[in-house]
Each structure stands twice: as structure tokens, then as C-alpha cells.
Design a protein around this ligand. Structure first.
Ligand code: RNT
Ligand code: ZN
Length: 419
């Protein structure tokens, strides 16, 4: 252990101890948090089932940074690289299009066996897996409607796809001995103002009922439903609005997926987290950074990320929340994107944990709002960076920006050679 990092940590530990925070036990708590890392940052949401797919459903990546993974082996090597720079044991979030198979299968034909390679990969590393049906970037989604399509053939295709995804999730959960969260997001919506706002929602509801008909063991899988306020090409109407998702999840014992980029610009998920969790057992997050539209930009350590972490920590909601990331920036090194986004999520959680929450809650309850503001502001310049550096060193990952050199080396040796 580098002695300057250790010394700085000892000083920080004393400073935090004075306000009643035990940094060693915070570190133990942080070690247990798993982040579900979005595999799709690694190849601009292409996957391996179809070659050079045209992205649709409002999913867009911008940028053409060289060296993206085009095979399962390459993607795995890149994720391994990123994981070596991120402290802790986490989960990988797969989309169905990332099947590891040489068979030509369509989305309504996928089976657990097509993902067996991922299971062994995750087992070897002690990682968990999460899953997603891919209801976009496919000819059957060209109409802009999938599960809520008025066309029987289209609707049946997607219902079958979603059912198979649930079976695969159950397989992941059982094989890995930890819950696999499956997120259901559909691009369904209209570019222009619809006449009938109800019928697509009714079709969506009954299609979902069919998808969720089969009961799976709750120890191994959990279904989540993601809403969106609008999408590119669906600016006037989105079938699964926030109200739809929350109501459906509450009524059917599902989880909501709150994506930080899916609400009106002044709405934040940090305030939705504690509210939604009053009415559902579990929650999925898609932590993202919305810049004008949806979720392309890499997560940064901004006020909302800290607010999200505060909501989870202050409300003691970490055990019921599955923290997933959702971004896909093709304009920078993709391994760096994973590393920056994931390290930031963990850093925000650490920052939030280094707070004397009970004392602050008491101050608030007593109506001492002067102290509440004074203290929370002063705590912002406590030596949180020293605890973060120590944590990285303890977990055997690069301290501070030292990870960047490793990414640059890997770029020279591996990713640049791909082009
Ligand atoms: C799209 C949703 C969805 C996707 C991923 C790739 O608006 O946020 O979660 O980003 O499934
Ligand atoms: Zn999302």
C-alpha cells in the first residue's frame, strides 16, 4: 500500500470519525454494492445476432471512435479490461442481441443454450448477469410498434421474444445463484399526435399480461418495466408512459426501471426512487446522463448522480435497488466510457455513505433547517477523495487517473489493431 495514500486515509478517517462516520465500515458496505454494467457501450448497441444492424426505436449512437468490439471474444476482452479498472464485483447487463452462437437464430427463436458462453464467462469471474429483450433495431419493429402493434403477426413475434427472454433470465439466475433482472423497454409510440391514445396501451397491457403469465422463481429473476416520456421518432406519444409503467408494476408485482434520461428535463429520478419504492418491492435504475435527449452521454459525477446516491443511502434502499447503467457513447474510447461511468457511480455511492445521515435526519426533524443547510454544505469539502483513493488501492485497481494509461496501452496494443 502506497504510504501517502494510507496517510491521507488515516487523516480522513479521523475527520469523519469526529462527525460519527466510521470509514472502515463504509468501505465494507460499499464492497457489497453491485453495479450492472451495460454491455452495449462496448459496440454501439450492435450485438452479434445480426451484422451491422441499423439502430432504430430512437436508439442512436453518435461517433465513430475506432476499435469497437465486433466479436464476442473482443467484447469480453474489453469488458475484462474495464473490470480490472473498476473496484468491486459487479454484474454484466446483456441485451438479447449479444447471443453467443454460430446458429442463425431470430429473436423469436433464442434459447438459453445461445447464451451458455456468457454464463461460463460470468461464472469464472464470479459476476452476475442481467438481461434485456431487444425490441428495436429489427425489421419487425420498423412500424414503430412491437408489443402494442395492431398487427397480430408483429405482436406475436415480440410476445414470443419476450417470453424467451424471461426463460433465459431464469437460466442465468439459477446458473449463477443470483437474481437476474430483465428489463422490458419498448419503443412503441407515434411521431405525430395520435387520435387514439388508449388502444395501443390496451394492447400493450394484454400483451404484457401474456408475457408475464408464466411464474418464475423470484429468487432467480425479476422483471422490470421501463417508461419513457418521448423518443426520437416518437415525439408525440409513448405507449409506456411513466404512469403506465408505475401502475403496471404496482398491480403486477413487477419492478419499475427509472432511466435518468426518460423524463422531462426538470424531473429527476432521485426524487422518484423513494416514492416508487413505497409501492413496489424492488427497483431497477438506468443511470444515465441526459443531454437534451435520452441516454448517450457517459455518467459524470454531477449533482443528480450524487442526489441519486443520497436517495439510495439515506433511504436505506440499496438492498431493494438494482443499479444499472445506460449510456452508449461512440465518440470516445469505449473502455474508458465504461470505466468513467462505473467508477463515478461507485464514487457517488461512497460520497453519500460518508455522511452522518441519522444525525442530519434528527436535525431536520427538530426543525433546525439552518444546521441542515450549514452541515450538508460543509460536508461537501470533507476529504472524500482520500477515502476513494484508499478504496481503489485496497480493491487492487488503479488509483486516481492512473487507469487511463492502462486504457491507452490497451488501445495501442489491442483495439487500434482491429481496424
Ligand atoms: C431506451 C432505453 C433502453 C435502452 C437500452 C439499450 O430509451 O433507455 O433502456 O437504452 O435497452
Ligand atoms: Zn434505459
Amino acid at each position: 500500500m502506497d504510504s501517502s495514500i494510507l496517510n491521507a486515509y488515516e487523516l480522513a478517517k479521523q475527520a469523519y470519525a469526529k462527525i460519527g462516520v466510521d470509514t472502515d465500515s463504509v468501505i465494507e458496505k460499499l464492497k457489497k454494492v453491485k453495479i450492472s454494467i451495460n454491455c452495449w457501450q462496448g459496440d454501439d448497441v450492435n450485438g452479434f445476432l445480426f451484422k451491422d444492424i441499423a439502430l432504430s426505436g430512437g436508439i442512436q449512437t453518435t461517433g465513430n471512435y475506432p476499435g469497437k468490439a465486433t466479436t464476442v471474444e473482443q467484447l469480453r476482452a474489453d469488458i475484462d479490461m474495464a473490470l480490472s479498472l473498476i473496484p468491486g464485483k459487479h454484474k454484466l447487463n446483456l441485451h438479447s442481441i449479444y447471443a453467443d452462437t454460430n446458429e442463425k437464430v431470430d429473436l423469436d427463436e433464442i434459447e438459453p443454450s445461445h447464451y451458455a458462453g456468457w454464463v461460463s464467462w460470468a461464472k469464472e469471474r464470479g459476476l452476475g448477469l442481467d438481461f434485456n429483450p431487444t425490441c428495436f433495431s429489427h425489421p419487425m419493429a420498423d412500424s414503430g410498434f412491437t408489443l402494442s402493434s395492431a398487427d397480430d403477426k408483429t405482436r406475436r413475434f415480440w410476445i414470443e421474444h419476450c417470453k424467451r427472454c424471461r426463460e433465459i433470465a431464469d437460466y442465468f439466475g439459477r446458473e449463477l445463484g443470483q437474481k437476474c433482472v430483465t428489463n422490458f423497454w419498448f419503443p412503441d409510440g407515434y411521431k405525430d399526435i395520435p387520435v387514439d391514445r388508449q388502444a395501443p396501451r390496451e394492447r400493450m397491457k394484454s400483451a404484457l399480461d401474456e408475457v408475464f403469465e408464466k411464474q418464475y422463481d423470484a429468487r432467480y429473476s425479476l422483471d422490470a418495466i421501463e417508461s419513457k416520456v418521448f423518443g426520437i421518432g416518437a415525439e408525440s406519444y409513448t405507449v409506456i408512459s411513466n404512469e403506465f409503467a408505475v401502475a403496471y408494476a404496482v398491480e403486477h408485482g413487477k419492478a419499475c426501471c427509472l432511466d435518468a434520461g426518460h423524463y422531462h428535463p426538470t424531473e429527476v429520478i432521485s426524487d422518484k426512487i423513494p416514492t416508487v419504492l413505497m409501492f413496489t418491492d424492488e427497483l431497477l435504475l438506468h443511470v444515465s446522463r441526459p443531454v437534451r435527449w435520452d441516454s448517450d452521454h457517459v455518467v459524470i459525477l454531477d449533482d443528480e448522480l450524487v442526489a441519486i446516491a443520497h436517495s439510495l443511502v439515506r433511504g436505506d434502499l440499496l438492498d431493494r435497488t438494482h443499479i444499472g447503467l445506460d449510456f452508449f457513447d461512440a465518440s470516445i474510447n469505449r473502455i474508458a466510457a465504461w470505466t468513467i461511468g462505473t467508477r463515478n457511480m461507485i464514487r457517488a455511492l461512497l460520497y453519500a455513505m460518508l455522511e452522518p445521515t441519522e444525525m442530519l435526519k434528527k436535525t431536520e426533524l427538530e426543525g433546525d433547517y439552518t444546521s441542515r443547510l450549514a452541515l450538508t454544505e460543509e460536508y461537501k469539502s470533507y476529504p472524500f477523495g482520500a477515502v476513494w483513493d484508499y478504496y481503489c488501492q485496497l480493491m487492487d485497481v488503479p488509483v486516481r487517473e492512473n487507469w487511463l494509461t492502462k486504457v491507452k496501452d490497451y488501445e495501442k496494443k489491442i483495439t487500434e489493431e482491429r481496424n
